[in-house]
Design a protein around this ligand. Structure first.
Ligand SMILES: *[C@@H]1O[C@H](CO)[C@@H](O)[C@H](O)[C@H]1NC(C)=O
Length: 315
């Protein structure tokens, strides 16, 4: 092709569009956000494991979601924080592919778990009497296993397709992590197949879960409107509101990123949106669930009181 194709051993990550004098401020901000994410999600996983009141399908899915959030932010944040401190923010070729793979795994997992949770709420509200027989432990395990299988397949497909590309001398990724579309722009081999697969699979992995969630909620609303009662509406709202907030946060960011017309400073916008879903969403999820949720607060109180390590602060 006339351009010299060399085997690249590493990439450089351009990082965030932050001026040097604000670097320390943002470093402190991101570090604290990352620590809050880790602690919040760990607390949810531990509480759900410890408390037998929370051994229900909804909380098993929530615990899986926290697990996914924990790893999702750990795929990008530690590297970002390290690169903010270093003069030459590089990442080895294999590290870059690994980061891309795990980023896709945990992003997809989150999407599939949100569907499983929507289905769980649908069964709980529309078939309350059959809930325990429909949402059996086997079904939950199967849903989680299916999510893992689909997510692994999808991430592996993209990673293998990127691994066969060759890269030229330009190895600076204009992003703060190895994002797949930023990586494709650097490739000097043909990327049509990659773009086609991203388009088709992206549609399947984002649009189908979104539609399934909409259908579940449509049916929930329909079943409430059939027999409208203040108590039914309250019950549906109290059991669905947390899930609905998380769903809006997750899909709101994606829709904002892909459907809003991009302006001339699209790199900045993309970076800010990427920060939203890699840092802010995983950090907020535990709070959305625990602050609004009486069961989670009860579990926290029981965990603290039972151990008698601390005084009963949260009484
Ligand atoms: C994920 O969900 C499965 C099935 O309900 C459950 O057995 C498992 O403990 C959960 N995993 C985590 C990390 O919470």
């Amino acid at each position: 092709m006339g351009r010299n194709q060399t085997f690249l051993s590493e990439f450089f990550l351009l990082g965030l569009p932050i001026c040097p004098e604000h670097q320390h401020l943002f470093y402190a901000l991101f570090l604290s956000m990352y620590l809050i994410t880790i602690l919040g999600n760990l607390l949810i996983i531990i509480l759900i494991q410890l408390d037998s009141h929370l051994h229900t399908p909804m909380y098993f899915f929530l615990s899986n979601l926290s697990f996914s959030d924990l790893f999702f932010s750990s795929v990008t944040m530690p590297k970002l924080l390290k690169n903010m401190q270093s003069q030459v923010p590089s990442i080895p070729y294999a590290g870059c592919l690994a980061q891309m793979y795990f980023f896709l795994v945990f992003a997809d997992l989150e999407s599939f778990l949100l569907v499983a949770m929507a289905y769980d709420r649908y069964v709980a509200i529309c078939f309350p009497l059959h809930y325990t027989s429909i949402m059996s432990p086997q079904l939950c395990v199967h849903l989680v296993a299916l999510s893992w299988m689909l997510t692994t397949f999808h991430a592996l497909l993209h990673t293998l397709l990127v691994a066969r590309l060759s890269f030229c001398e330009d190895n600076t990724i204009p992003h703060f992590f190895c994002e797949i579309s930023a990586l494709l722009k650097l490739a000097c081999s043909d990327t049509h197949v990659n773009e086609l697969v991203i388009f088709i699979m992206g549609g399947l992995v984002i649009v189908i879960p979104f539609l399934l969630i909409i259908i579940s909620y449509g049916r929930i609303v329909f079943s409430i409107l059939k027999v409208p009662s203040a108590r039914g509406i309250y019950k549906a709202f109290s059991t669905c509101s947390s899930h609905l907030s998380v769903v809006s946060l997750f899909y709101g960011t994606i829709i904002g990123l892909y459907l809003c017309p991009s302006t001339n400073n699209s790199t900045v916008k993309e970076t800010v949106m990427a920060m939203m879903y890699t840092v802010v969403t995983p950090m907020l999820n535990p709070f959305i669930y625990s602050l609004r949720n009486r069961d989670m607060k009860g579990a926290l109180r029981r965990a603290i009181c039972k151990k008698e390590i601390l005084f009963c602060l949260i009484r």
